[in-house]
Design a protein around this ligand. Structure first.
Ligand code: 5GP
Ligand code: ZN
Length: 115
């Protein structure tokens, strides 16, 4: 999608601090981190939210996304310390970038419930 910020990052048109990348997915550091380690995992193909992925693509797309995220979790050490995954979808959840992304937060105590 031409006017999507995360599509531009996926295409290399906007720089990002990349932690892991393959042909299907990219993991990079959030520009405004909410924890000492704050990663964003995106599929390179544009979908605004998980529920918009067609059934026939769901397994490969989300499997590829989770694989990328897990490689980045291990590369950044969050696999050892613990982490929280968050997906904001839509206005009431506070989604600000309309391209599916998984937040991974760690490196400090994370309150539960999150509020
Ligand atoms: P959302 O609020 O949609 O769940 O999360 C969007 C996230 O994208 C926010 O945490 C925000 O800090 C991050 N973000 C927004 N613009 C940029 C950018 O240009 N680069 C990076 N690395 N992160 C961004
Ligand atoms: Zn996009």
């Amino acid at each position: 999608m031409s006017d999507c910020l995360f599509c531009k990052i996926a295409a290399g048109e906007i720089p990002a601090d990349k932690v892991y990348e393959d042909d299907r997915a990219l993991v990079f550091r959030d520009i405004s981190p909410q924890a000492p380690t704050h990663l964003l995992a995106i599929p390179k193909k544009h979908y605004a939210a998980a529920h918009e992925i067609p059934q026939g693509e769901m397994g490969a797309l989300l499997g590829g996304l989770m694989n990328a995220l897990c490689q980045a979790l291990k590369a950044s050490g969050l696999d050892k310390d613990g982490y929280r995954l968050v997906v904001n979808s839509g206005d009431s959840a506070g989604q600000t970038v309309g391209h599916l992304h998984i937040h991974a937060l760690g490196g400090r105590e994370l309150a539960w419930p999150p509020g």
